[in-house]
Structure formats: structure tokens, C-alpha cells
Design a protein. Structure first.
Ligand SMILES: *Cc1c(COP(=O)(O)O)cnc(C)c1O
Length: 365
């Protein structure tokens, strides 16, 4: 019998090596504890895997490639293919392993020594990167209906030293979509600021910021293969912008940062994008079915959303979260975020998973 090695002790903040910058030490490690239950609705993933036949094609393509050679330096071939898919100029595409990496790089590009401006609540990666990279972080509260506080953001665009403004459409974690006029008003007011329109969930809302982005040389759309494409495990995301902004952003991308295996799989996905639309349609229909089924719940409120997730406002998030885990469903607590008291964020699953979800929520008093 061998004994278990002792569990590593959690390092208290003050024990960090002295060379670690205080800004990094001050940020808590990314809070995510995996919960082992059958129904995983906590990360807004696609409930369906990449289609089996495409997986086989991707695997075959991986086997054809030499693994001893470095990949394309800046993934130029893949950038060209994304550009063709998006109807974009190839010089305006930047690809990285996940759009989270682009958020780090954009914060390096325009946030360090300057300002990161966003709303509150917002996607946690914007604020974490701003804090760790030592950018000045300014957050403006969302309005009560989760719409963009356009006037208050414009005040900050005027007042703060320019940097990067992060806007998310559909917004995370509320699923709210603003009128294009509101986003345009911010872009008009942004002047020298870099404006990032994070469109991680645009397929589900049927919105598309490309035409707007084209008009503004400082604006950029962030897109990902992690959600509608069902490829979160591959890690790939990209930015669409004018070529000046893309050229500067590309300088910050580490060389060879997309490996040949990911590149091969993404090529197959981009050659066969047809599966995405059908899944998005199902996801949207399922989201609406869940919201309708919960419409007359006595204590919980499922809030409208245009993404592949929604907020469930409960009388007690801790109780509701545990109740759902006992029913084999994991969701994400959001109740500590501003204006989201009692809220869980719930991903839309397969129809069978959603049936289980509806039943479990209906059993919650
Ligand atoms: C899921 C998500 C992303 C995607 O991140 P990846 O690193 O590409 O997986 C980006 N932005 C928001 C707001 C998200 O919710």
C-alpha cells in the first residue's frame, strides 16, 4: 500500500516570492472548482461535441502534418481562412488560443499605464487582466434593465486617460443585447480609445457587429470557437479589426502560438460550418422553452436572454445552487455581482438536460 502524498497547502498571499509584482499577488487565483455531476451548465459550453465525422477528418489531417516542424509563425493560413469565412481583410484578423488570450493582449496593448473601462457586472477576465497588468480599472454600473449606461460611459471616455473599453454583446453574464445605436454612440465618443466589442455569443442573438467595426479604425470584434462552434477544448478565438490595429495587436502575440493540431481541426471546422447554424437554432429554441416553462414559478425568475445561457433569480442562490447540484446539475453562482443578488447563471443544455433542469427548478420552492 502506498500512502497518498500530503495535499499541497494553499499558499497564503503574503508568502508569494518577493519578486512577484504586488498587482499579481493581490489577485486571487481564478475561482473555479469543478463539480462532478452529469449535467454541466456552468461554463456556457455547447452541449454537443464537434460532429464525429469532422473529428475523424481533423484527426486524419493532424496525422498528415509533420509534428517536428514549427507551425506557421502567425497562423497566416488560418487567418486567411477565417478572413474568407467572415468576409474580412486577411490583414485584419488575429488568432490566439482562446479569446481570453486576446483580452490579455488587448489589455497589454491599450490598458497598461492607461485605462481599462467596462461596465459592472462584466466578464471577469477584463477586470482580472486589468488588475494583474496594473491598468487603471474603471467600471460603470449597468442600468437596472442591464442596458449599457451610455451617458455614464461617455463621461468616463472624456474624463479618463484613453485606453481600452470592453463592451460585450450579448452581455455576459446577463445575456442582454443593446440597440446598435447605443454601441455606435459609444464608438463615436471613443476618440483615441480602443473599443472591444466581445461577440462571444453573437450567433445566439443573431446580432453582428462587423459592419459597425468596419467604420471605426479603433474598434475590434472578438469572436471565439468555444461556444456556438462547440470547440472550447481546442482553445481558439480571433479578433476582427482594421489592419493598423491588427498589426499592432499581432506584435503582442507570442510566435507559434497556435499549434498544428488546433490549426488542422479549425481548418476542418471552417470548411464545414453548416453544423453550427442548426445547433444554434436548437439552443435558441431550447432557451425560450425553458424560460416559458419557468414563467409562472412561484419564487424564481428566469430572466430573458439572447445568449446560450440565462440568469435565474432565486430567493437564495446558495440554497438553489445546492438544490440543483443534488439534482445532478451544476450552474454558476453570480449572486455576489452587483445587481445580481440571488442569481445563478444557467447554460442551455440538450433537450433532455433542459427537461431535467426545468423539473429541478420546479421542485425548488
Ligand atoms: C466564453 C467567453 C469568451 C470566450 O473565451 P475563449 O477564451 O475564446 O474560450 C469570451 N468572452 C466572453 C464574454 C465569454 O463569455
Amino acid at each position: 500500500m502506498t500512502s497518498q502524498p500530503p495535499a499541497p497547502e494553499k499558499q497564503p498571499v503574503f508568502d508569494a516570492p518577493v519578486g512577484v509584482r504586488p498587482a499579481v499577488r493581490a489577485v486571487p487565483a481564478y475561482p473555479f472548482d469543478p463539480v462532478q455531476v452529469p449535467t454541466k451548465l456552468d461554463q456556457n459550453e455547447n452541449p454537443y461535441d464537434f460532429p464525429e465525422d469532422l473529428k475523424q477528418q481533423a484527426a486524419a489531417r493532424m496525422l498528415e502534418r509533420p509534428w517536428n516542424r514549427y507551425p506557421d509563425l502567425h497562423a497566416d493560413e488560418l487567418r486567411d481562412r477565417i478572413a474568407a469565412y467572415e468576409g474580412w481583410e486577411p490583414g485584419g484578423v488575429v488568432v490566439t488560443p482562446g479569446s481570453n488570450v486576446l483580452i490579455k493582449l488587448l489589455t497589454e496593448l491599450a490598458g497598461i499605464d492607461q485605462t481599462v473601462l467596462t461596465v459592472d457586472p462584466t466578464f471577469s477576465v477584463y477586470t482580472l487582466e486589468a488588475r494583474m497588468l496594473g491598468a487603471r480599472l474603471v467600471q460603470v454600473p449597468l442600468r437596472d434593465d442591464f442596458s449599457l449606461p451610455v451617458d455614464a460611459l461617455k463621461v468616463q471616455l472624456e474624463r479618463q486617460r484613453p485606453g481600452v473599453l470592453y463592451i460585450t454583446q450579448p452581455h455576459a453574464p446577463t445575456g442582454h443585447v443593446d440597440d446598435e445605436a447605443a454601441v455606435r454612440e459609444l464608438m463615436d465618443a471613443a476618440g483615441d480609445w480602443v473599443v472591444v466589442l466581445d461577440e462571444a455569443y453573437y450567433q445566439y442573438s443573431g446580432t453582428d457587429g462587423r459592419d459597425l467595426i468596419r467604420e471605426y479604425p479603433n474598434a475590434l470584434s472578438l469572436r471565439t470557437f468555444s461556444k456556438a462552434w462547440g470547440l472550447a477544448g481546442l482553445r481558439a478565438g480571433y479578433a476582427l479589426s482594421g489592419s493598423e490595429l491588427a498589426t499592432n495587436l499581432q506584435k503582442l502575440v507570442p510566435a507559434f502560438n497556435l499549434n498544428i493540431l488546433t490549426q488542422a481541426a479549425l481548418e476542418v471546422a471552417l470548411e464545414n460550418p453548416g453544423y453550427v447554424q442548426q445547433r444554434v437554432q436548437e439552443g435558441v429554441a431550447e432557451r425560450e422553452r425553458i424560460l416559458a416553462a419557468l414563467a409562472d414559478h412561484p419564487t424564481c425568475q428566469a430572466l430573458p436572454s439572447r445568449a446560450n445561457f440565462f440568469l435565474l433569480r432565486t430567493p437564495d442562490a446558495e440554497v438553489a445552487y445546492r438544490h440543483l447540484v443534488e439534482h445532478g446539475i451544476v450552474t454558476r453562482r453570480q449572486d455576489r455581482l452587483r445587481g445580481l443578488e440571488g442569481c445563478l447563471r444557467v447554460g442551455v443544455g440538450t433537450p433532455a438536460e433542459n427537461d431535467a433542469l426545468i423539473g429541478a427548478i420546479q421542485a425548488l420552492k
